[in-house]
Design a binder for this molecule. Structure first.
Ligand code: G3H
Ligand code: 13P
Ligand code: NA
Ligand code: ZN
Length: 328
């Protein structure tokens, strides 16, 4: 059944686990997530970015997720709008039937200029007011995703802030977070701790100076009852990079967020963990391998099937690693 995200996050907090939120853009990704959830008995958060809605079309996305809900009636499913850039976009998602929306007011509507704090409070509160009337969950974001190695905003997928950022912008301030939650009354808070979207997060396996799990602990101390969200949480498995390279792809050296760091974060209030890139890498590796090994094949079902299997494999792993398995 379609459920609100608040319901799932409250349960996760009560039982001390985390829930991966997987981005979806097409049929095979939706199927992969649902097959993994059914196999591991996990609740599901599927999220669609503005880019996903543009790629698939709103109606297709809506009914793909609706099909998932109908095909797996025993699995709770959240349909979440990822990175809504304005109250208007969030309103549109709610009208379309999303059970949860993210108002990302850390950036202005252009998605690249850093918004001031009062703007973020105002737009987030506006979305909370309209969403809560309808039982829809709201995620907000405080702080800017970006690299503590380069002090650059997150540019890889075109979401992030322009130019050089300061430490204060790249790490969410616990005191300000407490004020933000009090003023907006949101349900879940995305925080900045040194992660960024995409495959190129870290130039080395991250240590505490560039991935600040200690900042999560400080925020959690100040806000023990707030559900925290980690964006940019793909682990970028080295074996997937190797597979892509082996079959002709060009991936530079890069590192993601280690699963054991996410497991630590879950102990300190992180309940929603956003993952898109790992599924992209898994599907690309599988398709590259298939084409390399089967140069004569041209039926999309034949190469999308291993891609779907590979995506499912990532989802099964994360459900097990985050403690989501068995909680549906
Ligand atoms: O927010 C980032 C997600 O990975 C979605 O990316 O905007 O390319 O769909 P996208
Ligand atoms: P990744 O690019 O690390 O998968 O992050 C996805 C995300 O945060 C979507 O909002
Ligand atoms: Na989101
Ligand atoms: Zn994100």
């Amino acid at each position: 059944a379609l459920v609100s995200m608040r319901q799932l996050l409250d349960h996760a907090a009560e039982h001390g686990y985390g829930i991966p939120a997987f981005n979806v853009n097409n049929l095979e990704q939706v199927q992969a997530i649902m097959e993994a959830a059914a196999q591991t008995d996990s609740p599901v958060i599927m999220q669609a970015s503005a880019g996903a809605r543009k790629y698939a079309g709103e109606g297709f996305l809506k009914y793909l997720i609706q099909a998932a809900v109908e095909s797996y009636p025993h699995i709770p499913v959240v349909m979440h709008q990822d990175h809504g850039q304005s109250p208007k976009i969030c309103q549109g998602a709610i009208d379309l039937g999303f059970s949860s929306v993210m108002m990302d007011g850390s950036l202005k509507e252009d998605g690249k200029s850093i918004a001031d704090y009062d703007y973020n409070v105002a737009v987030t509160k506006q979305v909370v007011d309209m969403a809560h009337k309808l039982g829809v969950t709201v995620e907000g974001e405080l702080g800017c995703l970006g690299s503590l190695e380069t002090m650059q905003g997150d540019k890889e997928d075109g979401h992030g802030a322009d130019g050089k950022l300061t430490m204060d912008q790249l790490l969410t301030d616990p005191e300000q977070a407490a004020d933000f939650v009090r003023k907006t009354q949101l349900d879940a808070l995305a925080i900045a701790i040194g992660t960024s979207h995409g495959a190129y997060k870290f130039t080395r396996k991250p240590t505490g100076d560039i991935l600040s799990i200690s900042r999560i602990k400080e925020i959690n101390k100040r806000l023990p009852n707030t559900h925290l969200v980690m964006h940019g949480s793909s682990s970028v498995p080295q074996e997937l990079l190797a597979e892509i390279r082996q079959f002709g792809g060009d991936m530079k050296e890069t590192y993601g967020v280690p699963v054991e760091e996410i497991q630590e974060a879950i102990k300190f209030g992180v309940r929603k963990i956003n993952i898109d890139t790992d599924i992209r890498l898994a599907m690309t590796g599988a398709i590259r391998r298939f084409f390399a090994e089967n140069p004569g094949k041209f039926d999309p079902r034949e190469y999308l099937k291993p891609a779907r299997e590979a995506a499912k494999g990532i989802c099964v792993q994360r459900y097990q690693q985050f403690g989501t398995a068995g909680q549906a």
